[in-house]
Write a protein of this length. Structure first.
Length: 233
């Protein structure tokens, strides 16, 4: 749950829905609303139940680095609270936001379902958008259908048409290689992103104007390089 700007304090009145390991002493009005909603719906604000360092509780930091608040939370039904093992902020992960990511660890048994569904093929989008390839596909399909023997039964005729369409598409359009959908991501992208993340880490450790300017410069450069790679390869 995010973007509600709800702060939870340590008031006794809310001890049934909120834990004591919150960053704030007093709830703000939005925090009170959320607590009242949780009470009415038998829920727990589970992110306030785990003891961590102050820096691992805060979810938002002001641009000048002077204010740290806990305004993003995890809420769960009271009957399911035992499946959550931990909730904490991940400061090192860079998500280009003044809000930090909140990690929740849960333990839950998942039922494995055997699926007999046929894996669908993904056709090459670039070839589908290429007028020359489309014309080649139409010609290939037409020639193959002309050479097919007409079946007396509907099922047999449909199988003929279906197999011919698939065969023609495999020859001309070809399938999309899903493993290469991020083929633009290369060593340069890895290097520039590593430099950006390192600059952000230094800025979080020592919040000065110089460290912030260096981080912003590296972030702008990384965004420019990755955008250019995606567009032009």
């Amino acid at each position: 749950m995010g973007d509600l700007n709800a702060k939870f304090g340590k008031e006794d009145i809310y001890q049934d829905v909120a834990g004591k390991h919150t960053l704030h002493e007093i709830s703000n009005r939005k925090g009170e609303w959320v607590c009242e909603y949780a009470i009415a719906n038998n829920m727990k604000i589970i992110s306030t139940y785990y003891q961590h360092k102050r820096i691992h509780k805060g979810t938002w930091i002001s641009p000048d680095g002077s204010t740290l608040t806990q305004i993003d939370h995890v809420i769960i039904g009271a009957s399911k609270k035992d499946v959550v093992e931990d909730v904490r902020t991940m400061r090192a992960l860079n998500c280009e936001s003044d809000n930090f990511l909140v990690k929740t660890i849960i333990k839950q048994k998942l039922i494995r379902i055997q699926s007999n569904a046929v894996k669908q093929m993904k056709w090459n989008q670039r070839n589908l958008q290429n007028p020359a390839k489309r014309n080649q596909y139409r010609s290939c399909l037409y020639n193959k259908l002309i050479g097919k023997k007409v079946q007396q039964e509907i099922e047999g005729e449909w199988k003929n048409i279906k197999d011919t369409i698939t065969e023609s598409a495999n020859e001309v359009i070809r399938t999309q290689n899903t493993s290469n959908r991020n083929e633009w991501w290369d060593e340069l992208c890895k290097l520039i992103m590593a430099q950006k993340n390192e600059a952000r880490k230094k800025y979080l450790q020592v919040k000065t104007r110089a460290s912030r300017e260096i981080y912003e410069m590296k972030r702008t450069e990384a965004n420019r390089v990755c955008r250019k790679k995606r567009e032009y390869g």
